[in-house]
Design a protein around this ligand. Structure first.
Ligand code: PLP
Length: 370
């Protein structure tokens, strides 16, 4: 692999295949697999990733917002695409791109039915979400009869799936709560299907649901973070391979003396007689937020960790390389699958892998290894 000459996010499709196959191995035969590719496939490259997973015969995709689904259609994705967060202003985009809306409350349900009827649709596929404890989006358990009455009154739409979302599937101390969510979903789906007269697909598990709650796999699972190589726990992550490596280079090295400072607001002051610093072409505009500054985050240069010193700038960070044999132009690893995972780096700064990887901005060049 050639060394990085600028900041790049290198994406390894072989690792993606490994993660897909590993997660699939946890499912019963016949359980459908939906890949969650919202937010540029968690900051990676939604188009490349979706096309690759489509070739691996994935069953379904999900995005958060309609425009993300439209971009996938443009890139040649033909599998069904669920829009998790439907907004009425996006109905046209949904219909024009054959996207499948999640209908989660009475307002969006009524509005979409009226829209589909006005557009002369027949059995347009929709998904109905129930809230079982996350209290974010979804109808309530007590809404079943109301929702079904609306659904059977219109020929313009047809329910493809019924789903819910777990609030704490990665947190084993919340096991009782999660089991109660699963039970609630079972009751809702039983009542729903009986009243509706046919059986839509049922799904409620994200990655940690797949790994920790086999009783919650139902007819389909919805995996995001696991596909990208993180399992929300060391034990689970050990079986997965991070697909992305964030790399950069050393632009300049400085040697500063005791009492001299580095960066804005003089946040780092050398206490040592002599400090060697390296300036790197990556900053908060690239997704390395200020929480990684002042020693909370680090990079790896020639196999050794170099802490970020001072405040993270918009386009640069400075790291302490006093004890590292390195020179201008050397490659720098921010995170990857071997040296430092994004999960470890994020935890050191008090956040989670999801936030770090989805935050890598579009300024950073994506390089896909096939
Ligand atoms: C983002 C999302 C997922 C994927 O969750 P992971 O923890 O990344 O696997 C699944 N379902 C819904 C509703 C989501 O919003």
């Amino acid at each position: 692999m050639p060394k990085a000459q600028e900041t790049i996010l290198e994406i390894d499709l072989k690792a993606l295949k490994h993660n897909f196959e590993y997660l699939k191995s946890k499912l019963n035969n016949g359980t459908n697999f939906l890949a969650v590719v919202k937010a540029f496939a968690y900051g990676n490259d939604a188009e490349e990733i979706a096309r690759y997973l489509q070739d691996l015969d994935i069953d379904y995709f999900a995005v958060a917002y309609a425009n993300e689904g439209a971009a996938l259609r443009k890139a040649g994705v033909t599998k069904p695409i669920l829009v998790l967060h439907t907004l009425a202003t996006n109905f046209d985009v949904i219909l024009d791109n054959c996207l499948e809306p999640n209908l989660y409350n009475a307002k969006i349900l009524d509005e979409f039915i009226a829209f589909a009827e006005a557009e002369n649709q027949k059995e347009y596929p929709v998904h109905i979400k129930f809230n079982t404890g996350l209290n974010r989006l979804g109808f309530w358990e007590t809404d079943v009869a109301y929702v079904v009455s609306k659904l059977i009154a219109s020929k313009a739409i047809k329910v493809k799936s019924l789903f819910s979302h777990l609030a704490a599937s990665e947190d084993l101390s919340e096991r009782d709560f999660t089991l109660a969510q699963i039970e609630r979903f079972k009751i809702i789906s039983r009542n729903f299907s009986k009243a509706l007269g046919y059986e839509p697909l049922l799904h409620m598990s994200n990655t940690s649901g797949v790994l920790n709650y086999p009783e919650a796999h139902f007819d389909m699972v919805r995996c995001g973070i696991g596909l990208y190589g993180y399992g929300n726990a060391q034990k689970e992550s050990a079986n997965l391979k991070p697909i992305a490596s964030l790399k950069t280079i050393i632009s300049q090295i400085h040697k500063i003396e005791k009492g001299e400072s580095v960066g804005y607001n003089r946040a780092f002051k050398s206490e040592a007689l002599f400090t060697k610093t390296a300036t790197l072409p990556i900053g908060h505009a690239d997704g390395i937020s200020r929480i990684y500054g002042n020693g909370k985050g680090f990079v790896t240069i020639n196999g050794k960790q170099a802490p970020i010193i001072g405040n993270v700038c918009m386009d640069m960070i400075m790291v302490n390389v006093t004890d590292i044999d390195c020179e201008e132009g050397d490659e720098v690893i921010v995170f990857n699958g071997n040296t430092t995972s994004a999960e470890t780096l994020a935890e050191g700064a008090g956040t989670i892998s999801y936030e770090l990887i989805t935050g890598i901005s579009q300024r950073v060049k994506r390089v896909v290894l096939k």
